[in-house]
Design a protein around this ligand. Structure first.
Ligand SMILES: CC(C)(COP(=O)(O)OP(=O)(O)OC[C@H]1O[C@@H](n2cnc3c(N)ncnc32)[C@H](O)[C@@H]1OP(=O)(O)O)[C@@H](O)C(=O)NCCC(=O)NCCS
Length: 177
């Protein structure tokens, strides 16, 4: 299911959500795809060649998710990425990351808050939320700051291969209306 697109020019105080395009691959590779700290709690391994990032961008463009780059509203520099998913008609999920120089500035709390507020204003959308590794304290806190509530501890929910090949426990966060 393809999620509702964010409005054109969707932005926050400091960020613009720009739909991803094929030409973004080299920048993404340089900025964060090859960084093992960024990918630590992700389901993918750090990229070692640009071709891997190009393949990722191609799959993002093929859907069914909507993928955006987060660019600086001032100078346009790349901060990170945000993906919106719609697993069922009434609910949205997401994924997000920032390049390391953009950590700790409150940017993802700002981005997620805007998306959550927009999402729960869309007709038919009753729920938005997603999961993070139990050790990903930064991501858990981002979701709390965006007004989501921890609803569950999901045992052995996802494999995060940069930590272990074993499935790992995750927290589920949600906001409903
Ligand atoms: C997780 C991530 C998106 C956080 O984004 P961010 O913009 O740096 O987070 P913010 O600056 O909005 O900080 C949000 C809160 O989390 C806290 N926080 C951030 N990183 C933290 C960490 N590593 N450990 C503990 N708390 C952390 C901040 O202190 C802040 O809380 P506070 O305002 O109560 O002090 C960013 O670190 C990142 O991109 N990580 C790699 C990719 C990733 O893990 N994505 C999520 C997968 S589920």
């Amino acid at each position: 299911m393809i999620p509702p697109m964010l409005p054109d020019q969707f932005s926050t105080a400091r960020l613009i959500f720009a739909p991803i395009v094929a030409e973004d691959a080299p920048l993404i590779f340089e900025a964060y795809a090859r960084d093992s700290e960024v990918s630590r709690y992700m389901t993918w391994r750090p990229h070692t060649a640009l071709a891997e990032t190009e393949a990722y961008v191609a799959s993002a463009l093929a859907g069914p998710s909507c993928s955006y780059l987060l660019r600086d509203r001032g100078d346009g520099r790349l901060h990170g990425a945000f993906e919106l998913r719609q697993p069922a008609a009434h609910r949205l999920g997401y994924g997000y990351l920032l390049a390391r120089p953009s950590w700790g500035l409150g940017l993802m709390s700002e981005a997620l808050t805007a998306v959550v507020d927009w999402a729960l204003d869309q007709p038919g959308i009753r729920r938005i939320g997603d999961v993070c590794d139990v050790e990903n304290l930064g991501s858990a806190r981002v979701m709390e700051k965006a007004g989501l509530t921890r609803e569950a501890l999901l045992r052995l929910w996802a494999v995060h291969p940069n930590i272990s090949d074993e499935p790992r426990d995750c927290f589920s966060y949600v906001k409903t209306r």
